[in-house]
Design a protein around this ligand. Structure first.
Ligand code: GLN
Length: 489
């Protein structure tokens, strides 16, 4: 078997048993990146030298007979909005083009301790605002299944890297769907954990009440293993929850007998692509056969979710992005003669059009006179959306939906129509507003050969049940595939 076809857990096992060296594994993935990435364009930077050095250190540790970590020698691709000490961390923005992180995000420190190897930083929509990576200030990542199509976003680089097997694992961040939607587009597993399960320390903030870091993987067991490493309380993040992290692996074989899943009627209405609908209905039958029970439910405030999100997320973003002023970080306009001019020129030049749109929307929604009508109102409706889920979870253990209303779309197809772009996340946003765990996994292919995705939502801190359902579905199906060599683009 080729090294790039091994699962993350197999790699860790074999490195720990000295059947293969971490250095060989790293070199195999670096070779794949060299061969594929010119077409896929998943990476903003490849950390060749430090990755090899990290791999050698893992090999040395194993040779000395020390216990290998749970991800010993496993290459991990990191979305470029997370700080990895000593690496350029751009958020795909000109304003941070030359910013080098001087500390590790907590998730990165945890991964280092687990023996993981950081193979590269991946492309995203600028500051994670978008659904296609077309908002990257540098370039658009391509869908490995067909390079004329978008890989999804904002974590499109991480999803494409895992799909094309340029890395067995990747980290993404999800504010309104940025892990799950690209996971769907690229045919991989992606999970947004419960808000507060994973530390956000060292994740460059977009909308702090919604942002959550999570795993991309080839299969459910790898996603669970990665989540197990990055989860847990962190005193550096006041919103990280102080509770112990379970071992997720036993959940993978627990089955779905006795579990009931809700099917929200609002998610199966007009606007849903018929191929997506058919694939999800087929998935329901598969899970029914495995012993899961289904029940129709209603989440009555679903229609308000996109509107609420596009008030709250930009409002938080407008505050979070105020720090990029040309003084402390990144790009500065050298010709400015006053402080105000320096702010204005640096920000005008440093931010792209979508980021500016969000800052303006957010500033407006928070401004005196409009705060009550927009921000406060949106907060109230957010509570109603959360209550819809609380009510539903009185009756069901999980909720099943499509992840995205359509398969991946063509590059350029939605760039002139922000509202249409925003609607790509219509099924993923509520989960962030309610703080729930949500997982997307492959559930078929469109007639054009593009992957389709199934979303499984759980109760707060119900990751184990989500994994049980996902693993049962995975076991009964065969959708985890490596895309063919990209021929176009
Ligand atoms: N696509 C959504 C947006 O543009 C969600 C992005 C995200 O989850 N980071 O805001």
């Amino acid at each position: 078997m080729n090294l790039h076809e091994l699962s993350a857990r197999q790699i860790a096992e074999q490195v720990g048993a000295r059947k293969v060296s971490a250095e060989e594994v790293t070199n195999a993935f670096l070779a794949r990146i060299a061969a594929w990435d010119p077409r896929v364009k998943a990476f903003l930077s490849v950390l060749k030298d430090t990755a090899v050095a990290q791999a050698r250190a893992v090999d040395e540790q194993v040779r000395r007979g020390e216990k290998a970590g749970p991800l010993a020698g496993v290459p991990v691709a990191v979305k470029d909005n997370m700080c990895v000490r000593g690496t350029r961390t751009t958020c795909s923005s000109k304003i941070l083009e030359n910013f080098t992180a001087n500390y590790d995000a907590t998730v990165i420190a945890k991964l280092r301790a687990a023996g993981a190897v950081f193979i590269g930083k991946t492309n995203l929509d600028e500051f994670a605002m978008g659904s296609s990576t077309e908002n990257s200030a540098f370039f658009t990542t391509r869908n490995p299944w067909n390079t004329d199509y978008i890989p999804g976003g904002s974590s499109g680089g991480s999803a494409a890297a895992v799909a094309a097997r340029l890395a067995p694992l990747a980290l993404g961040s999800d504010t309104g769907g940025s892990i799950r939607q690209p996971a769907t587009c690229c045919g991989v597993v992606g999970m947004k954990p419960t808000y507060g399960l994973v530390s956000r320390f060292g994740l460059i903030a977009f909308a702090s009440s919604l942002d959550q870091i999570g795993p991309f993987a080839w299969n459910i067991a790898d996603a669970a293993a990665l989540l197990g490493v990055i989860a847990g309380h962190d005193p550096h993040d006041s919103t990280s929850v102080n509770r112990s992290v379970p071992d997720y692996l036993p959940a993978l074989t627990a089955g779905v007998k006795g579990l009931t899943a809700g099917l929200p009627e609002e998610y199966f209405r007009g606007g849903l692509d018929p191929e997506v609908e058919r694939a999800v209905e087929e998935s329901i039958r598969v899970l029914e056969k495995a012993g899961m029970r289904f029940e129709k439910i209603s989440l009555p405030h679903t229609d308000a979710a996109v509107s609420v999100y596009y008030i709250l997320a930009p409002s938080e973003a407008s505050a979070n992005l105020a720090r990029f002023d040309g003084v402390r970080y990144g790009t500065r306009a050298p010709e400015a003669t006053t402080l105000l001019e320096q702010y204005e020129l640096s920000r005008a030049r440093g931010f792209g059009p979508e980021v500016k749109r969000r800052i303006m929307l957010g500033t407006y929604a928070l401004s005196s006179g409009y705060y009550d009508a927009y921000y406060l109102k949106a907060q109230k409706v957010r509570t109603l959306i959360k209550r819809d889920f609380d009510d539903a979870f009185q009756k069901v253990d999980l909720i099943l939906t499509p992840t995205a209303p359509t398969p991946a779309f063509r590059i350029g197809e939605r760039t002139d129509d922000p509202l249409r772009m925003y609607l790509s996340d219509i099924f993923t946003i509520s989960c962030n507003l309610a703080g729930l765990p949500g997982l997307s996994m492959p559930c078929g292919f469109s007639s054009k050969g593009l992957p389709l995705g199934l979303q499984i939502l759980g109760k707060p801190f119900g990751e184990e049940q989500v994994f049980s359902a996902a693993a049962a579905y995975e076991q009964a199906t065969d959708w985890n595939r490596i895309p063919p060599e990209p021929s176009r683009g």
